[in-house]
Design a protein around this ligand. Structure first.
Ligand code: PBG
Length: 323
């Protein structure tokens, strides 16, 4: 049966009807808000390439988390900018390090907010790479031990979940084992499972001061050309104990969000990364697009593709617009 019996426009006639047949919805429950913490007091420095996002000292971060929680956003993910960087990123594993302090402060002051930590060394190393350097390359297996220490230090500070983002082989299993040995078998791991070597991370590297000082990350992050390989990455992380798997970036990788959701039927997160945010903000500022509408359309599409969770710098705006 086709036209004229079938008329697709019948169910599009007015907003009430459209609301009734809408298949996908964005809700604050889906969102994870990334935050940048730095040493000091009373600091709230706007990140020029990511308007509306700030590097904050711990005191300001706690206030920010209170407002995030009151908007109904269930979780934040923390990135740290340390006082000093060194070759081995030692502040990253320090129990008094910036993220560890931030986690403690948020957990003791803000109710009902999941604190997730990004587990990676690029913000803490002087060379800006994500692990232990040996002959100008990141040594996979030496980095695993560092990641175990970092994850453990975050959890000991009170983190509710850890999110390894370095793309070393075997890191999910190594972190799971380190946490279990200390009795933290109930702390979930959200793995940046399919993370691509992407130009969309540009503004983040300014925000987190984490640009590599030599070379690039293509020897550990994935080639944007590869989809099957992303499924293998996810499969390995699931075997190693990942509870949530992430695709990053989101917009250019919607096919993978879909394939991963279809294949593994587990919680999938999409990272709406810094470049995706900044492009919308820049075009909005130039008066070329309606920024809020474009943003909602992008995020809704990620959900339609199969994402259960979205990490996004737009989280507060979405919560304001959808509540
Ligand atoms: C690595 C990390 C990066 C991002 C999140 N975790 C940067 C990178 O891999 O270079 C990027 C996030 C974004 O662009 O919004 N710690």
């Amino acid at each position: 049966m086709a036209f004229p019996v079938q008329r697709m426009r019948r169910l599009r006639q007015n907003d009430t009807l459209r609301r009734m047949v809408r298949e996908t919805k964005l809700s604050p429950d889906d969102l994870i808000y990334p935050l940048f913490v730095r040493p000091g007091k009373g600091i709230r420095n706007e990140i020029s390439s990511m308007p509306g996002n700030y590097q904050m000292s711990v005191d300001e971060l706690v206030k920010e988390c209170e407002s995030v929680a009151s908007l109904g956003i269930p979780a934040v993910i923390l990135f740290g900018i340390p006082e000093h960087k060194d070759e081995h990123g030692s502040e990253g594993v320090d129990s008094e390090g910036i993220v560890q302090q931030a986690v403690q402060a948020i957990k003791s002051n803000v109710k009902d907010l999941m604190v997730i930590t990004d587990v990676c060394f690029c913000e803490y190393t002087s060379h800006g790479h994500c692990g232990w350097i040996e002959n100008q390359e990141v040594d996979n297996d030496k980095t695993l031990a560092m990641l175990q220490q970092m994850a453990l230090s975050h959890v000991q500070a009170g983190a509710d979940m850890v999110a390894p983002s370095d793309m070393m082989d075997g890191r999910v299993g190594a972190i799971r084992q380190a946490l279990d040995e200390k009795g933290y078998h109930n702390i979930p791991i959200m793995s940046y499972a399919a993370k691509f070597a992407s130009a969309f991370y540009g503004p983040f590297r300014e925000a987190a001061d984490s640009a590599p000082q030599f070379g690039d990350r293509r020897a550990y992050q994935m080639d944007p050309a590869n989809g099957d390989e992303a499924l293998r990455e996810v499969e390995l992380d699931v075997q190693e104990g990942a509870d949530i798997v992430m695709v990053k970036p989101a917009l250019s990788y919607m096919d993978l969000i879909w394939r991963i959701k279809e294949r593994f039927a587990m919680p999938v997160a999409a990272y709406n990364v810094s470049g995706e945010y900044s492009m919308v903000k820049a075009a909005e500022k130039a008066g070329w697009i309606d920024g809020d509408r474009v943003m909602l359309e992008m995020l809704l599409s990620m959900k339609r593709a199969g994402a259960d969770l979205i990490l996004t710098y737009f989280a507060k705006t979405v919560a304001e617009l959808t509540s």
